[in-house]
Design a protein around this ligand. Structure first.
Ligand code: AMP
Length: 215
């Protein structure tokens, strides 16, 4: 089996990060995620672009999209270096989708389908380890000791953009910008729609089958 190029789509909180990690472990591909790449470069000076804010972090804290010029460059470099990948968090609008068409060939496009109420509950309750990045949820997947990572003992924190106000804005931005591109992949027959409301293990079964049939 060749190493697949996988695109995983879905709203913030749909479970893209969780399923992407499993795809990485099972299929030996790179995890290319614009959210993590931007979090590591929150303070980068982008004032030369003459856009609304001067750093990626300012866009992220407002729940808005970082300018395409910045994100496209990150993705182009990461995909060029990868022998098989799962791309997570990109494309988020029509122009990013067109750019992606130009720079790569996808083997499978997955869409994790989750309703809005479930998304808000998942995101506002999410806690992330500040040391190793492991994800928890205060109700659905609590750590053994509140505020402490089971894996490494690191401190669990809430992402700055997981507050209720910013979560609602992120979902609004998703509905305006990203939903139309999901329709586009659907119309071209490439999209594999997966019910994302089951447990991580249930969702994984469907995800693994879809990637296996494409690889
Ligand atoms: P995520 O971790 O994927 O939810 O992304 C967190 C934030 O990073 C988003 O709310 C955006 O501000 C920014 N971001 C991530 N991916 C993109 C992208 N493809 N285009 C623009 N902004 C992005």
């Amino acid at each position: 089996m060749s190493t697949p190029n996988v695109l995983i789509l879905g709203a913030p909180g749909a479970g893209k990060g969780t399923q992407s990690s499993r795809i990485v472990d099972e299929f030996g591909v790179e995890h290319v995620t614009t959210g993590d790449a931007l979090r590591s470069n929150k303070g980068m000076d982008i004032s030369h672009l003459d856009t609304e804010y001067d750093t990626p972090g300012a866009y992220m804290d407002a729940g808005e999209l970082v300018p395409d010029e910045v994100v496209n460059e990150i993705v182009k470099t990461a995909l060029a270096e990868a022998d098989g990948y799962v791309l997570d968090g990109y494309p988020r609008n029509a122009s990013q989708a067109e750019y992606l068409d130009e720079i790569t060939d996808l083997d499978v496009v997955l869409y994790l389908d989750v309703s809005k109420d479930v998304l808000v509950d998942r995101l506002t309750g999410r806690r992330v380890c500040s040391d190793c990045g492991a994800n928890y949820h205060v109700d659905f997947e609590p750590p053994e000791e509140a505020g402490v990572c089971d894996d490494c003992g690191g401190e669990l924190i809430q992402r700055e953009d997981d507050t209720e106000e910013t979560v609602r804005e992120r979902i609004r931005v998703y509905e305006d910008n990203t939903e139309p591109i999901i329709e586009r992949y659907d119309e071209s027959g490439e999209l594999v729609r997966i019910d994302g409301e089951g447990s991580p293990d249930e969702v994984w079964e469907a995800v693994r089958d879809a990637v296996e049939s494409a690889a």
